[in-house]
Design a protein around this ligand. Sequence first.
Ligand code: COA
Length: 260
Amino acid sequence: MSFAEGILNGKSAIVTGGATGIGSYIVRRLGTLGASVGIVSRKEENLIAAVKAFKEQDGIDVVWRTGDVRDPDGIKKSFDEVVGEIGGLDILVCNAAGNFICPTEDLSWNGWRTVIEIDLNGTFNCCQAALEYLKASQDGGRIISISTTQADFGWPGAAHAGAAKSGIQNLMKTLAAEWGQYGIRANWISPGPIEGTEGVDRLIIQQGLGEEVKKNIPLGTFGEGDDIANAVVYLSSDTGKYVSGAGLAVDGATQWFRKR
Ligand code: COA
């Protein structure tokens, strides 16, 4: 089941952190539905391998540049170059993120700062770098940030990421309000546990929580990368044109499960 073929024809998109995990599913979906896609992330070897796989498995040509979302000047340069190659920018997916589990009492200042810089400041840097291009987008630019439902609750063991993702959600609301005048829509998606991603592997499986987490998913299974990618397409295309400043949880209702 998918969207109409070519629904994103003529659109250009950048996905940060698009070489791996959820980001790579988003890239595949946007690309196979017709968008010209560029990916920006830190590790050249991941980018090269991903672009090869996108070509061989999905038949899509994806442009890439290295870039660390923490570095505003570097990210601007990478975005400028990518936009030059993909012919403008209609869709920005702020997906790059960093996280690790550490109780707050053991969390160093640098550990806190690192995750805030990647997740929250990184999203700000990417939005700023994309603004001039999104303003020029014909049908209205789209910003879609990948958050988490955990941002709406406390997140024991991930204070840095919880605070950063909450901050991202508020940033999207503010940009929706400030940049609506430019036709830009700013939204976020909150994935639940998505199978086969580094997030689930490191934060759930490696913590020995796999079975317990699964029992607490009302729909009974982990999500798939395409569940998130389809939500991105909805918000990126004409289907989502009146949605701005909103969050879309794609989590099998996990956030609402509470043991009696
Ligand atoms: N527990 C406690 N502290 C940790 C940690 C852990 N598991 N991992 C990193 N830190 C601390 C480091 O000790 C360091 O603090 P210090 O200088 O006080 O010792 C600080 O965080 C920065 O670590 P560093 O490894 O230099 O940062 P980095 O920029 O190279 O890496 C991270 C960024 C920390 C987010 C890293 O986990 C990463 O790159 N992850 C891959 C991407 C990712 O997390 N994806 C999201 C999946 S949900």
